[in-house]
Design a protein around this ligand. Sequence first.
Ligand code: ADP
Ligand code: ZN
Length: 740
Amino acid sequence: MNYSQTTTDTMPDIKQAEHVLHEVFGFEAFRSLQKDIIQNVLNKKDTLAIMPTGGGKSLCYQIPALLFDGLTIVVSPLISLMKDQVDQLTAYGISASYLNSSLSPQEYESTLDQIRRNKLDLLYLAPETLLKGNVLNLLSGLNVECIAIDEAHCISEWGHDFRPEYRQLSNVTAKFDDVVTLGLTATATPRVQKDIANSLGLSNANTFVASFNRKNLYLDVVNKSNPLQQVINFLRRHEEESGIIYCFSRNQVDDLTQNLNANGFNALPYHAGLGESIRTQNQNAFIRDEVDIIVATIAFGMGIDKPDVRFVIHHDMPKNIESYYQQIGRAGRDGLQSDCLFLFSYGDAGKIRYFIDKKEDPKEQRIAEEHLQKLMDYVEAHQCRRIKLLGYFGEHFNEQNCGMCDFCTGDTPERENITVPVQKFLSTMARTEQRFGYNHILNILLGSRRKEVLKFNHDKLSTYGIGKNLSRPEWKQVYRELMKQDIIVREFEHKSLKLTPKAMEILKGNQDVFGVIEEPVQKERTRSSKSDIESLDFNRNLFKRLKEKRMELARKQGVAPFVIFGDSTLIEMAYYYPQSEESLLKIHGVGRAKSKKYGTDFLDVIMEFSRQHNLKERSKSAQPRHKPIKKTLSKNSRPYEVGHMFRNDRPVQDIASHFDVKEGTVISNLIKFVKAGESIPADHLLDISSLNETEMQQVRKAFNIHGYEMLRPVFDELNEEVSYDELRIVQLYLMVKNGV
Ligand code: ADP
Ligand code: ZN
């Protein structure tokens, strides 16, 4: 097929590319950089495209392939993906095929025949296939216009999957006249990026690097306390969605799979101990939506590009930030919102450290140690998750609020001054000669009558029972902070706790400690940056019917369901209720060929449903805006308790001493309470402010200019002269007065 419009005989231009985007793929607009890259390729300039997973790299060669007269070769190391890729193109009405070792001799021969007869626009090849004498000879006699090198990082020895055959690709490209080379990769590491450009001889001017921020991924890190329950709670919010759970070891994979199935979920395992055929079987079941959940070791993921993976859970700690980024990257390729949950524990970090300590090569040990530290920085960050994550790859993220991480949506509890409880804990350790472990120290603090406590006469200590104002889970949090901040260490052999020099300074009162004491509660998530499609209030029942139809067609044709239509297409159908082919073509992801092939099947379902429920077609231009949802607070959360005490006329100072926290923390809790849609009286709020009248006026003026959502601009406006604590008081007052 030739999609270039024949009215001009000049080179294809970007207008034609846009035409193909609408007509063939049914998409509205190019994503960032796609246009520049395609323009460059159409101009036959060798190009390197660096975009994150799901960024839309494929279109960068698929659209030129349709506009060029000759053949486009796509080199890819991922043999298992080729069939799905070719199926997808075929569904779009594009003539594409592949050659690799998985084909039977007949299939192989028939593809060679198609090539000889110039029947193809795109040909997918494994690098070793391209390097074969007979294949190369055949191709060099043809009009090859573009060679796209997918997963181009395989050319770099610095990359994580170096392939020697990739090194020979530059010799191959030299064999063709007038061929343009396009390298594509999702590698975020600058060093590997440079290496690819050098190896392929590409200039800076023709290298395009997209942002690595995956906006549609919600990043959440929570303390791992009861992993099975935490996973189950999470999965209950993701019923009938596809997702991956990563575990540390094969045993854990097997255990968790069993537990999930016993709890009514639909999960299959994937790890190196399972044997090739079971692994392929399980992977295919996942790709074809026959199973919802794959529980896997890191071995899973390279060979899939399922676009609708809705969540990735890290049940255990990943090796480093790079693998973490790669693994969460498998979620949400289709651009719809997806959830990434990381269950973190210091025990897991300890396990990794234990393996690092056993390494013999000191250089390797140092590198592994650095990697672990970077990951810890990410986990422990009290700022937007995207700052550390993207920072690791050299990208500066400076949005005020990403709206898509636990920190920015307020799921991360406030840091407060915890010096007093910390001193109580440390002095109990000191008074018992640092010979005991956590539980014993806690029992003393809580005034327990346990045998152990009495046996050592620890009920006679001055710190006996002085920790009753905090609950056990709250003490656990204090303990976590002590470990995290290297104030105490745990001796491996005897499991006793030891004070570090930092602890001495704190005990002497020379240093304050800040940390999170609030018990981590799993809260309902707010979704704050939905795409246009997701904000549609679509008909769930119709969506379900459409999914069933999709599954039925996919089974019949032996392809993955997403090959037929993606979720966003079905969502739009279930909102606009198109009643004719013309309206169907306006739906996202419906091009001419797909409309012809599947149109009637889906229109039938929609029309029947509309008749039954008396629904009328909606015109696609009238899109509603979506309203932000308010977060609800759990009844046992600190902000909830604080809010209610304040409502019952307890003064802020009083509440602060009740919880053993600063007044600033109480104000922060009240802000959360109000943000969750609760009301409090405003009358006495400003009483605790120590600003004088002129200062107060200036502060209110600054809030008038910048709004009261963000404190930073107000802080800057006032030349950093008014503290955040003071600003928060006024912020709260304004929120209550004006409504949030
Ligand atoms: P990558 O190869 O970079 O991981 P893909 O090329 O597989 O990403 O694209 C990811 C998804 O985004 C696919 O489902 C694709 O159809 C879709 N997509 C790509 N470009 C666009 C666009 N301009 N508009 C809408 N959807 C797009
Ligand atoms: Zn954020």
